[in-house]
Structures are given as structure tokens and as C-alpha cells.
Design a protein around this ligand. Structure first.
Ligand SMILES: [Zn+2]
Length: 89
């Protein structure tokens, strides 16, 4: 049985969970027996982890901005429909 190491591209796809189930299975089987691929995957995982964290941060920033816009509209709506509770006194 000849084992060939997967390409870096394949390891990246695996890290992104984009590989087909069969390919994932084959790759995982190979990883079990191949220390050098485990090491390669580890370093790929690290930089993909950084990339994913950066993407997540960007998405959170976007969400925060849209939330702020929505609550701004809400406050404006309140002012339009009636006096603030503090105006009672
Ligand atoms: Zn290998």
C-alpha cells in the first residue's frame, strides 16, 4: 500500500471543512499514520484560525453597526410618537 501525502491545498480544504466526506475520510486516515502531515495541518490550522478570527471580528463589527442604526431609528420613533416619561413632572 503506497501512501502519498495530500497537497497543502487539500489540507487547507480539510481545515475549512470543504472536502467531500470520502476525501475527508482518506485524509484523516493518512493523518493518523503521517507525522509530517500532522505537523503541516497544525501550522495550516493555526493561520486559518487567525483568518477565521479576523473574519468573525469583521462580522461582529458589521452587526454592531447595524444594531446601532436600528436602535437609533427606534429612539427617533419614540420621540415622534409622544413626550419622554420625564416630561410628566
Ligand atoms: Zn503525509
Amino acid at each position: 500500500m503506497v501512501e502519498t501525502c495530500p497537497t497543502v491545498d487539500m489540507l487547507e480544504e480539510y481545515s475549512f471543512e470543504r472536502l467531500a466526506p470520502k476525501a475527508t475520510e482518506d485524509l484523516e486516515e493518512h493523518l493518523l499514520i503521517c507525522q509530517s502531515c500532522q505537523n503541516r495541518l497544525k501550522s495550516i490550522d493555526e493561520y486559518i484560525g487567525v483568518m477565521k478570527a479576523a473574519t468573525r471580528k469583521l462580522e461582529q463589527e458589521k452587526k454592531k453597526k447595524s444594531l446601532r442604526r436600528v436602535s437609533g431609528e427606534f429612539v427617533t420613533g419614540l420621540r415622534r410618537t409622544g413626550p419622554m416619561p420625564s416630561a410628566k413632572a
